[in-house]
Design a protein. Structure first.
Length: 135
């Protein structure tokens, strides 16, 4: 088999994963897209390892060993990622990434800023305006 076949398949998998990361709003689908990208890297590692081992007559298979490390890292990443997504889903009721970004700021996109007691914080005065003293 030519090296071009797994390389083209790997490029397609990686591009699909990048599209999934950029276009999806659901956190679980983003994690699945990251897994697609890691599997594309694994395919390249194994394909180039086989190609280089035929050319160099070596039996080290370092590409396959690196693929095993990548699989272990991917398993840990998906386990921790799913735990975080499930914890956020339990607290917020949604795994929508746009809503998660709003929760990190402490308020929704249309709500005014508030302090720890829930009172609204007034907006700072514009340039050239004097701040009015309120008692």
């Amino acid at each position: 088999m030519h090296l071009a076949y797994p390389a083209v398949l790997s490029a397609l998998l990686f591009c699909t994963g990048v599209y999934g990361v950029l276009a999806r709003r659901n956190a679980i689908l983003v994690l699945m897209s990251v897994e697609l990208m890691l599997n594309a890297v694994n395919l390249n590692l194994v394909a180039f390892d086989v190609w280089l081992s035929r050319a160099a007559e070596e039996t080290l298979h370092s590409g396959q060993a690196l693929a095993l490390f990548t699989i272990a890292i991917a398993a840990a990443e998906i386990g921790i990622g799913l735990a975080i997504v499930l914890a956020v889903y339990r607290n917020r009721g949604s795994s929508d990434i746009d809503r998660l970004r709003d929760t990190t700021e402490g308020h929704g996109p249309d709500e005014p800023d508030s302090d720890a007691t829930g009172r609204a914080i007034p907006a700072p005065p514009a340039a050239g305006e004097k701040a009015e003293a309120t008692a």
